[in-house]
Design a protein around this ligand. Structure first.
Ligand code: FES
Length: 159
């Protein structure tokens, strides 16, 4: 059973202010789901239903789109989401060492959240910055040419 969610009034306001700039309500879907994470913990089925109602589109379509984007969390996550690319360019340029250092510093494995709830660590297929491999993101900030010895500084910036 889906637990119903009331959209945060600020999120509703954010959407209403932008509707005139988009050709259709549904074209605001991805920005709305990303913005929703500022007011709701994650894109739960209830949240996706509420967004679907607001944008006047089927919930199944919202869920389908959300499933495509790693930036849209579909389960409870930490305050900050760390995404590390592990595709070919990043793999060849040492993402494994970056991931290992992150796991060591955070005390959790890929796919997990730190005990204090601050960070969730995930790997992704490509962050579209292959020429600067290895790359990672903390929330919306991209880090390029990452070396394991930079991880402490990067994590401190997110605190
Ligand atoms: S392969 Fe890592 S950013 Fe594209």
């Amino acid at each position: 059973m889906t637990v119903s969610v009331q959209l945060h009034p600020e999120l509703r306001k954010w959407v209403e202010e932008r509707l005139s700039r988009y050709p259709t309500r549904r074209s605001l879907l991805v920005p709305t789901l990303i913005q929703a994470q500022k007011y709701h913990d994650y894109a739960s089925p209830g949240l996706m239903q509420a967004v679907a109602d607001l944008l006047q589109m089927p919930a199944s379509e919202v869920m389908s789109v959300a499933s495509f984007y790693t930036l849209i969390a579909k389960h409870p996550v930490g305050k900050h989401i760390i995404q590390v690319c592990h595709n070919v360019s990043c793999y060849l340029r040492g993402c494994d060492e970056v991931i290992a250092r992150l796991e060591e510093r955070l005390g959790c494995k890929v796919g997990e959240t730190t005990e204090d709830g601050k960070f969730t660590l995930i790997t992704v297929e490509c962050l579209a910055a292959c020429g600067s491999a290895p790359v990672m993101m903390v929330d919306e900030k991209l880090y390029e040419n990452v070396r394991p010895d930079q991880i402490g500084r990067i994590l401190a910036e997110a605190n």
